[in-house]
Unconditional design. Structure first.
Length: 281
């Protein structure tokens, strides 16, 4: 079953590309036609590509790995934050911190710094500081929260990147390419799909278009997470059953040992020869 359909994408305006003079020839396979100087994206291909990307994302989520969503353009920020949060995935919607992937340990240090500030504020260490010093620390904490708060749970490199607008997020794409992290992306007619592993040809400027594509992909991620939970529950139940069976064995063995003397005595009684009768005189 398809996760989206032609009409849904058409209604969301996914088919509107950029002006012909802004196009990237590498996007030619995904362009249906040109109308009034604007390229129109082939939505049949978009439907197929969304399904392909969604299936891959589902498997990544099912294996318990993280997908990092990246969208710093105004139209996409809120949608990406909402959709990524709904499936408990990290996201970057403010400025991309340069070296976030290629210099991941440094980013982790900044996240830990944020946690340390919280800890020291809660245990009263900062209560002795002057107002000015406290204000500086609070501002620093707010800045860290704004830029890195949404990736505070990302303890290791993500297994995939989902990008809205590969031109704007080219640094993120380059870092992922360098580390061999697969990139899923909404790619418009003015962009180069060459370094993208899962290309979703679609309008990356309209809110409705971004929403419909992300909804399909996040629904697939949610399915993967649900299947993972179900598998874990089945494994737990099987382990508990095996444990119960293992506990039952020694009990049966102990019972058998207890019953053994009584059974032996009964067996001996039945085997004992009848007392000899006195001979007749």
């Amino acid at each position: 079953m398809s996760r989206t359909n032609f009409d849904q994408l058409l209604e969301a305006g996914c088919h509107f590309g950029h002006l012909r003079r802004k196009w990237n020839p590498a996007m030619a396979p995904y362009i249906f036609m040109e109308r009034n100087g604007i390229h129109i994206i082939d939505l049949h291909k978009t439907v197929a590509k969304i399904d392909e990307a969604a299936d891959a994302l589902k498997q990544i989520a099912k294996s318990g790995k993280k997908i990092l969503f990246v969208a710093t353009k105004k139209q996409a920020k809120e949608i990406v934050a909402e959709k990524a949060t709904s499936v408990n995935m990290p996201y970057v919607i403010e400025r991309w911190p340069g070296g976030m992937l290629t210099n991941f340990p440094t980013i982790r240090k900044a996240v830990k710094k944020m946690a340390n500030i919280d800890k020291l504020m809660n245990d009263g260490t900062y209560s002795k500081l002057s107002k000015r010093e406290l204000l500086q620390i609070t501002r620093q904490r707010a800045k860290l929260e704004k830029n890195l708060g949404s990736i505070s749970d990302l303890t290791r490199l993500p297994s995939a990147l989902f990008v809205v607008d590969v031109m704007k997020e080219n640094i993120a794409v380059r870092e992922a390419n360098r580390l061999g992290i697969p990139v899923f992306a909404m790619v418009d007619t003015n962009s180069d799909p060459k370094n993208i592993d899962f290309v979703i040809p679609a309008n990356d400027d309209a809110k409705d278009s971004i929403d419909v594509v992300l909804t399909a992909c996040c629904n697939a991620i949610a399915e993967g997470l649900e299947e993972r939970r179900a598998e874990k529950a089945d494994e737990k139940a099987a382990a508990e059953q095996a444990e119960a069976a293992a506990d039952a064995k020694p009990k049966r063995a102990r019972k058998a040992r207890k019953d053994a003397p009584a059974e032996e005595a009964a067996a001996q009684a039945t085997e004992a020869p009848a007392a000899e009768e006195p001979a007749a005189e």
